[in-house]
Ligand binder design. Structure first.
Ligand SMILES: Nc1nc2c(ncn2[C@@H]2O[C@H](COP(=O)(O)OP(=O)(O)OP(=O)(O)O)[C@@H](O)[C@H]2O)c(=O)[nH]1
Ligand SMILES: [Mg+2]
Length: 629
């Protein structure tokens, strides 16, 4: 079954409600006030089975200027518009205003119902039809059928139904695979059931027992019961009217302007960047107080041009948080007087307070949304939310698009080498390259100055890149896997650095051998270094790195060359093979040195378990045997 929503539009008293009653037998004026005054005040609902395969949900709107807010609450979710024009009056102000709004909301299908033809002559009808054609010439209805009707005589009703069937066949139904969303248009309490809300399912499907989020409150609600056009159902689908009995919320939690949604979609903020559609951008959008109509809601705020205003990007700052999603369309009216300012397509929450500059990604996003290009949209989002976005978040940023479409487009972008996926995160390939260039620059510089160091601190590198730890780990892991970087202990180095670091290490070993392998040289102190290492500017660096790589070993207050330690150990080994113990005095004699030096050496040997202290003397320690070099 195909489900579509037909919405009426048109000037007050032009016969919208009467026509719906003639078509469906349902009187959509429910309120006592409406009956008394003979005008529609609020939305009315009906339905019509056009064929075995097509059911139309119908939203009848009030034409009175004062109830435009209600009209817009009903028009947000329609697939086909029926612009009702009374033949006797012809085009009137709200005819044009409603037409402009339908146009701005991006509605594509519709027809004109020329009502009350029983009141006028044929010549008059022809004249009015001419007038209508002219008025429609710039709109989505420029080629639409004009159906002549009298709800009183029943003339034209058959032709009208045929035209509705024709239009419905040519109109795509809404996406059932997309996440579910329903803007609340009515709230009431049903005896024995509790809270019930009604609305039009804009996308997706939902069923009894499922949990939805009430937005913008992010309040989880469970579906206890479902009805569509008065019939109990298990499931409702995109394009269907639905009454939803929820548990978890009271009637006071619910109102027009809120919506029910699948979890994981919708973004809530008071600052939205948006695309403005209309001609009044320069003129009016400069802090202008506005009313923004989206879904069934009206939100008060101010609108500002972003950038030079020419690109049509505006920032809307609301008095209360607004939950919306990418590509959501709405209508902008001046706060007072309430004239129509234009149309709005939501892009993303503004990234910074009061920032008027437009990030390049936002232009790309605006263009992608204009052309409904999902791949471009994903690219633009990754550009805006750089450097990487988790898949689950990317889905939210894409709005009410089904997961499979998003995944397929990501796959294609991966194949085209435009994006790369690292675990659950997506990155623009260009972004990853740019980040690597910056890493490479930092590391090259560092390696050149510090060939003695195997790598560079991960944490400092991360801070330089200014990315979150999780993102950095993913990127670093990727670069290591691609053999661009290598892990050097806890540090990172360019792969190319490994060789130069190795040759540096060799050269420093050779230098140490040359400087310190003199027999009898035990104590390496600053004076010795001054004598031996030149130029002076290099002295500290060489000394530090010799300590770092273990060529020089700290013993008490001075340093000893590693090979000298090994030499000492061998002397002790020899001594202890002939004696049971060794004393500090004996060591001093063996090394032909002073007690000042022999004592810390002895203590070093104790600490490293070559010897074990026993009273005033030392016995062989566990490591004395396994001396290899
Ligand atoms: N003669 C004649 N009168 C009609 C016809 N259709 C509607 N009317 C009358 O026009 C008046 C307004 O009709 P409604 O259906 O309430 O008009 P509406 O467009 O719903 O008005 P609002 O909802 O207030 O904007 C009523 O008195 C109807 O009886 C028609 O085809 N012929
Ligand atoms: Mg009416």
């Amino acid at each position: 079954m195909k489900y579509l929503i037909l919405g009426t539009a048109g000037h007050i008293d032009h016969g919208k409600t009467t026509l719906i009653k003639a078509l469906t037998g349902i009187d959509t004026d429910r309120l006592i006030e409406e009956k008394k005054r003979g005008i529609s005040i609020d939305l009315g609902f009906a339905h019509l089975n056009l064929s075995e395969q097509i059911t139309l949900g119908i939203v009848d709107v009030p034409g009175h200027e004062r109830f435009l807010k209600n009209m817009l609450a009903g028009t947000g979710g329609i697939d086909i518009a029926m612009l009702v024009i009374a033949a006797d009056e012809g085009i009137m102000p709200q005819t044009l205003e409603h037409l402009a709004m339908l146009n701005l909301l991006g509605i594509r299908a519709g027809l004109v119902a020329l009502t009350k033809i029983d009141r006028v002559e044929e010549d008059w009808i022809l004249m009015v039809e001419g007038e209508i054609r002219t008025a429609l010439s710039d709109s989505f209805l420029k080629d639409a059928a004009i159906c002549r009707i009298s709800a009183f005589t029943g003339a034209g009703l058959t032709e009208l139904k045929a035209e509705l069937l024709n239009l419905s066949r040519g109109t795509h139904s809404r996406n059932e695979e997309a996440p579910f969303r329903l803007w609340i248009d009515r709230v009431f309490s049903a005896k024995g059931f509790g809270t019930v809300v009604t609305g039009t399912a804009l996308s997706g499907k939902t069923a009894i027992g499922e949990t939805l989020l009430l937005q913008p409150d992010s309040m989880p609600l469970k579906i206890r019961g479902l009805e569509s056009h008065g019939t109990a159902v298990q499931t409702v689908r995109a394009g269907q009217r639905a009454a939803i009995n929820v548990s978890g919320a009271s009637i006071d939690d619910m109102s027009r302007g809120k919506f029910l949604s699948d979890i994981g979609r919708g973004q809530t903020t008071i600052r939205w960047d948006a695309l403005y559609i209309g001609e009044r951008s320069q003129e009016v959008i400069n802090g202008t107080r506005i009313r923004f109509h989206i879904g069934t809601g009206e939100f008060i705020g101010r609108a500002y041009n972003k950038g030079d205003g020419l690109a049509g990007i505006v920032q809307l700052i609301f008095e209360k948080p607004v939950c919306g999603a990418l590509a959501d369309k709405g209508i902008l009216r001046r706060y007072s007087p309430q004239d129509l300012l234009g149309g709005i397509t939501l892009l993303q929450p503004s990234n910074q307070k009061g920032r008027r500059k437009v990030a390049p990604g936002l232009f790309v996003l605006a263009e992608a949304v204009r052309s409904s290009d999902l791949q471009k949209t994903i690219e633009a989002l990754l550009q805006i939310y750089r450097p990487g976005v988790e898949l689950i978040e990317l889905r939210r940023l894409c709005g009410y698009i089904n997961n499979r479409d998003i995944s397929e487009n990501i796959e294609q972008l991966i194949n085209k080498k435009i994006i790369i996926r690292l675990q659950e995160h997506c990155f623009l390939e260009s972004e990853v390259s740019a980040l690597f260039s910056s890493v490479k620059k930092t590391l090259l510089d560092h390696h050149m100055r510090n060939s003695d160091q195997a790598g560079y601190s991960r944490e400092i590198l991360r801070q330089k890149l200014d990315v979150r730890p999780k993102i950095f780990d993913l990127l670093a892991g990727h670069w290591v896997k691609e053999n661009l970087l290598l892990q050097a202990g806890g540090d990172l180095a360019l792969s190319s650095h490994a060789d130069s670091h190795e040759s540096w290490r060799k050269s420093i070993e050779e230098l140490a051998e040359k400087l310190f392998s003199e027999p009898g040289l035990l104590e390496i102190g600053s004076q010795l270094l001054e004598e031996k290492i030149h130029p002076a500017s290099e002295r500290k660096r060489i000394f530090d790195s010799m300590i770092r790589v273990g060529i020089l070993i700290r013993v008490g207050e001075f340093y000893v060359y590693r090979k000298t330690i090994q030499y000492i150990v061998r002397l002790i080994q020899k001594h202890l093979s002939q004696n049971a113990t060794i004393s500090v005095a004996e060591l001093r004699d063996i090394l032909q040195t002073s007690r000042r030096i022999a004592l810390p050496v002895m203590e070093y040997l104790d600490a490293h378990k070559y010897t074990v202290r026993s009273g005033d003397v030392r016995k062989p320690g566990p490591r004395l045997e396994d001396l290899s070099e």
